[in-house]
Design a protein around this ligand. Structure first.
Ligand code: FSX
Ligand code: SF4
Ligand code: F3S
Length: 373
């Protein structure tokens, strides 16, 4: 266990990472919490980050907007980008590299040779497979060729963002370039995917920190997504959930319900069929409400294949969870009693045992709040 009271630790951390010991330990605790690790894991993480050799990371870009890198580098408190660039040895990253052209390609090849079998390959962006992959080329190689070459001797492959995970936005029908994700393009099942457009930077970093600390990638679901981040429905963690359960919905952007922070289901929120930790981990480190639904926009399901970028925003989400066993009181803030329609919704739902999700969906279509919101 690292003796965190040692002056040396403090000096090392401040010198190396440019953050205070306190901020560094907070960061390690945040990483442990993000991954749902037990007590003591933050000390293991601190020890690994400060003592172990920085893992070499080769970061490839293909069809994408670079929002994934932007999101990672714009994080604050403590300045996450400083930690990232000190926790890993970023040996190749097209948009951050000072080098260009042959120099950049030479740096990639040197890193691959030096760290053969030990480096992490991070892929951002989709891989076009149509017409021999000609729609995206880097240094004379197609995205597919380049990825295959780097993947061959990688210790782990991490697909960052929805594009790299399954094709994301570039693969939206009719998918003219035959875009797909890394796993499918390479025919590999061992690719860890961190979907989201962009993905939450803490999920990216936690995955890399897990590899650094424990020498393995985190547990994943059948889509290759770490279960610590994609194990729960957004809907089950959403701060507007009590409004959903009580039948209080925004029906139009800017209406009274929207202004009061009611549920966005009827505006097309895909939270009920989207697995991600957005409501609990939030974005941009600015505090409460800093995630799509928190700002009043329905979740578009950007972490889910065939939902984000494919299912229209006006289409209602498919409800995946059973109705709750208890409901909040249906009392409007202004003191009015339960509305007839929302009471009917509760009564209808409470009486159901089978096909509950479908029934709720039916009721939702009919229910209205008192002032027609
Ligand atoms: Fe895709 Fe990332 Fe969306 Fe953009 O690069 S997941 S388009 S945020 O940047 O790959
Ligand atoms: Fe939140 Fe959307 Fe679920 Fe409503 S439908 S509770 S806004 S996740
Ligand atoms: Fe994406 Fe929905 Fe989260 S749109 S960022 S999965 S809230």
């Amino acid at each position: 266990m690292y003796d965190d009271s040692a002056v040396k630790f403090e000096t090392d951390v401040e010198t190396r990472f440019g953050v205070s010991r306190r901020d560094f330990l907070k960061f390690c605790a945040a990483m442990a919490a993000t991954m749902g690790l037990p007590k003591g894991a933050d000390a293991q993480i601190a020890e690994a980050i400060t003592k172990k050799e920085r893992p070499s990371v080769i970061w490839l870009h293909h069809q994408e907007c670079t929002g994934c890198s932007e999101s990672l580098l714009r994080s604050e408190h403590p300045t996450l980008e400083k930690l990232i660039l000190d926790i890993i040895s970023l040996d190749y990253h097209e948009t951050l590299f000072a080098a260009a052209g042959h120099q950049a390609e030479a740096a990639r090849k040197a890193a691959m040779e030096k760290n053969k079998g030990k480096y992490i390959l991070v892929v951002e962006g989709a891989i076009p497979m149509k017409d021999g992959g000609v729609y995206c080329k880097i240094g004379g190689q197609t995205s597919y060729e380049l990825t295959k070459e780097v993947a061959e001797h990688a210790a782990a492959i991490v697909a960052v963002g929805s594009c790299a995970s399954w094709g994301g936005m570039p693969s939206t029908p009719p998918n003219p370039t035959g875009s797909t994700g890394v796993g499918e393009a390479l025919g590999r099942k061992d690719v860890v995917t961190i979907p989201g457009c962009p993905p939450n930077p803490y999920n990216i970093l936690a995955t890399i920190v897990h590899f650094l600390t424990f020498g393995s990638l985190p547990k994943v679901d059948e889509l290759g997504r770490p279960t610590f981040a994609y194990g729960r429905l957004i809907h089950d963690n959403c701060e507007r959930r009590s409004h959903f359960d009580a039948g209080r919905f925004a029906l139009e952007f800017g209406d009274a319900g929207h202004r009061k922070g009611y549920c966005l289901y009827k505006l097309g929120c895909k939270g009920p069929e989207t697995y991600a930790n957005c409501p609990s981990i939030l974005f941009n480190d600015v505090g409460t409400g800093s995630w799509p639904v928190g700002t009043g926009h329905p979740c578009i399901g950007c972490t889910e294949k065939h939902i984000g970028f494919e299912k229209p925003i006006h289409a209602l989400a498919t409800l995946k969870t059973n109705p709750p066993t208890s409901y909040p009181r249906i009392v409007e803030e202004q003191g009015a009693g339960a509305t007839i329609a929302s009471a009917a919704l509760v009564a209808g739902v409470a009486g159901l045992a089978i096909g509950a999700g479908m029934k709720i969906a039916g009721n939702l279509g009919k229910s209205e709040t008192k002032d027609g919101e």
